[in-house]
Write a new protein. Structure first.
Length: 476
């Protein structure tokens, strides 16, 4: 593909100011599929300078101009959906059907949602004799992960474009190729020079300088809690705004009046989606302690039906995890679960039979887990379910909230009871009875799952400052 050895700065594809490169590995084959240039602080300086200069004019564009620009971006993006899905399948390992139906589609969904929000968004509001004005925050640094790459790129870029901000994107170096295609889309859509800039690189050499840069007004970061802490530290001396969407260890409460067979089977399969590499995955399943064995048998049967295989095969439910590093960490945590006394129902260490090449993980179910075990505390980021028993509704809520995280939650059972319990869960999202994501609803977490919100109208808030103009509504 084109431009892998270049960065997109000030409306042009330019040579990097470093000589470092990195191979992009297909996790299904363990072979390189491309080599990318890796940037440094000087490349960040150039991109930020372009964004700062562009902000002077782009911040003054009208709603109508930004609506037209989003329409153009949406049109070009839609025309390259097949290509985007194909490259995500190769670099992330997502089954091609998932890359088409969800990975690439999510990016388009966020662009369309931002366009709809912008059409009616209230940027000015009188209050007495004062006019409240919402203005773009400025130059935004965006650091995105590899697991749902276009989802995270678009849910940051779209509201920034809509609100009049300019930006520098550093995508994950593990899965950077979709971001290069995204930059091509922005260029072809006619995004003004400097409004969108792309610099590839790692966290130390690009992410940290971007977060610390004095001319960056806001940083939006999605990734691990550990990395988020470092981003916040780098940003702190310049007192810039930092929005973070971090890790999770979401509880999934199965009430005693739920249809166990249907709900547990559904949620085991759903947890495995994207090979379990979702920060909001329902990886802690809470079931009535007296029915643990029954629930575990259903989960194990559902796991057995999850087909692990070549991402290019239509029959594959899940592909590999993204890298050798991720595979090794998952294996260590599975071993830890066995060592700490959890009951292994299905799966376990090692690769599925017949898949010796590639970073494939067996769908794994642990039952009789206590919430103080490592596998119940740490984000595994693989197709590994832990099942924890509870005594009653209060105990279920207590266990659900006994975590450092608070990104999402799940409850299934009678509607009134489930909705009442949802209000007691300390997380930014709660899915009741299998409800799916909503691009208009805010996405983000409590505690060490981050701060700020993305998606929909509330996602605009991260990219806006509020100005009060006193006396603006008086008449003379």
């Amino acid at each position: 593909m084109d431009h892998t050895m270049q960065f997109y700065i000030d409306g042009r594809w330019v040579a990097p100011l470093t000589s470092e490169t990195l191979d992009v590995i297909n996790p299904a084959t363990e072979q390189p599929i491309a080599t990318i240039a890796m940037g440094g602080a000087d490349d960040v300086d150039a991109a930020v300078a372009a964004a700062k200069a562009a902000f002077e004019t782009y911040s003054l564009t009208s709603r109508e101009e930004r609506l037209a620009l989003l329409d153009s971006i949406i049109g070009v993006y839609a025309g390259r959906m097949e290509e985007l899905a194909d490259i995500i399948s190769q670099e992330v390992g997502a089954p091609l059907w998932l890359a088409q139906a969800a990975q690439a589609a999510a990016g388009l969904g966020h662009l369309a949602t931002a366009r709809a929000v912008l059409a009616d968004f209230e940027f000015e509001r009188p209050t007495g004799t004062t006019l409240l004005v919402r203005e773009p925050v400025g130059v935004c640094g965006m650091i995105t992960p590899w697991n749902w790459p276009l989802n995270q790129i678009a849910c940051k870029v779209a509201p920034a474009i809509a609100t009049g901000c300019t930006m520098v994107l550093k995508p994950s170096e593990v899965a950077p190729l979709n971001a290069i295609l995204f930059a091509e889309i922005m260029n072809d859509a006619g995004v003004p020079p400097g409004v969108f800039n792309l610099v590839n690189g790692d966290g130390i050499n690009v992410g940290a300088p971007l977060a610390a840069h004095p001319d960056v007004d806001m940083v939006s970061f999605t990734g691990s809690t550990r990395a988020g802490i470092e981003v916040a530290r780098a940003a702190a001396p310049t007192v810039k705004r930092v929005a973070q969407e971090l890790g999770g260890k979401s509880a999934n409460i199965i009430l005693d009046d739920a249809d166990f067979e249907a709900v547990i089977s559904r949620d085991m399969s759903g947890m495995c989606t994207n090979s379990g590499q979702s920060c909001n995955a329902p990886t802690r399943m809470l079931v009535p302690a007296a029915r643990m064995d029954e629930a575990a048998a259903i989960a194990a049967a559902a796991a057995k039906n999850v087909v692990v295989g070549d991402p290019r095969e239509a029959t594959s439910n899940i592909g590999p995890v993204v890298s050798a590093t991720q595979y090794s960490r998952i294996q260590q945590l599975i071993d830890k679960g066995i060592g700490e006394g959890a009951k292994l129902e299905i799966g376990g260490p090692g690769k599925p039979e017949g898949l010796e090449t590639g970073y494939f993980v067996q769908p794994t179910v642990f039952s009789h887990v206590s919430n103080d075990m490592t596998i119940a505390r740490e984000e595994i980021f693989g197709p590994v379910l832990v099942m924890i028993g509870y005594d009653d509704d209060d105990d279920a809520v207590r266990i659900a909230n006994d975590t450092l995280y608070g990104l999402s939650g799940y409850i299934s059972g009678s509607s009134d009871r489930a909705n009442a319990m949802a209000r007691r869960i300390r997380s930014g999202n709660v899915h009741v009875n299998g409800a799916g994501p909503d691009f208009n609803a805010p996405f983000g977490g409590y505690r060490q799952s981050g701060n700020g919100r993305e998606w929909g109208p509330l996602g605009f808030e991260e990219y806006l400052e509020t100005k009060a103009i006193m006396g603006a509504n008086t008449t003379t």
